[in-house]
Design a protein around this ligand. Structure first.
Ligand SMILES: Nc1nc2c(ncn2[C@@H]2O[C@H](COP(=O)(O)OP(=O)(O)OP(=O)(O)O)[C@@H](O)[C@H]2O)c(=O)[nH]1
Ligand SMILES: [Mg+2]
Length: 212
């Protein structure tokens, strides 16, 4: 553990062209979404919760640009209430979804599974985003006694079922408090957002702009 480098730039190929893309941070209330945003904005901040701002519950959504290596990410951190309103243009106008689940509260996993599957179903039905990747992050792993059991969480969420339905989906353990796992999670995002997703997203965006 430790602050360590949080940017995947250290490992990425120098010739990797810079990307600009949008990420939706979704998941149940209190799952740790805003803390992930805060950690990504402060990768070099000392570890431990007092070093990160204690977030107030998010109302509506927060949007922040965060440099990630040579790339620029716009993160959309949605409250649970806002997620329940899929009419929000900003919600869908992203390249990739990060779905946060509190790994230290196993009692929330059945509800999180329902929400994850419901999200995947909504994405599947929307032709402009139906191929978009989803990264599930098991958050607050610093609160566990030992490493997170991602196999067990994968079974509980039936990740295999989503893979069988064609979803590009990953599962990573992270702690916003200690920064553990954050680099691997962002590496997954960068590796799985393909040029096709970006092109498709940009075409949708310009179609929306023309319409407006
Ligand atoms: N120990 C620990 N606590 C965390 C971590 N991430 C978040 N928390 C705590 O969990 C609580 C909820 O965190 P938030 O980041 O506000 O969660 P959220 O998903 O944005 O919550 P809403 O905006 O209300 O939906 C806060 O008390 C955080 O300090 C973590 O990595 N480790
Ligand atoms: Mg929040």
């Amino acid at each position: 553990m430790g602050a360590g480098p949080s940017s995947p730039s250290n490992d990425s190929d120098e010739s990797d062209p810079p990307k600009t893309f949008d990420i939706a941070l979704v998941g149940l209330k209190d799952a740790g979404k805003t803390s992930i945003l805060n950690r990504l904005q402060r990768p070099e901040q000392p570890t431990g919760l007092p070093s990160l701002p204690q977030p107030a519950p998010t109302i509506g959504y927060i949007s922040q640009e965060v440099p990630c290596g040579q790339h620029l990410l716009t993160l959309w951190d949605f409250s649970a209430e806002t997620q329940a309103d899929p009419g929000k243009l900003e919600y869908w106008n992203v390249h990739v979804f990060i779905f946060a689940i509190d790994a230290s509260s196993p009692e929330h996993i059945p509800k999180a599974k329902d929400e994850l599957w419901s999200l995947a179903e909504q994405i599947r039905k929307d032709s402009s985003i139906q191929a978009h990747p989803v990264l599930v992050v098991a958050t607050k792993i610093d609160k566990l006694n030992g490493p997170p059991d991602l196999d067990e969480m994968s079974r509980a969420l039936d990740i295999e079922g989503l893979v069988k339905r064609g979803r590009t989906i990953g599962l990573k353990g992270v702690s916003a408090a200690t920064n553990e796992g954050m680099e691997g999670a962002m590496q997954w995002v960068l590796e799985n957002v393909t040029h096709a997703h970006i092109t498709q997203h940009d075409e949708t965006k310009s179609a929306i702009m023309r319409y407006l």
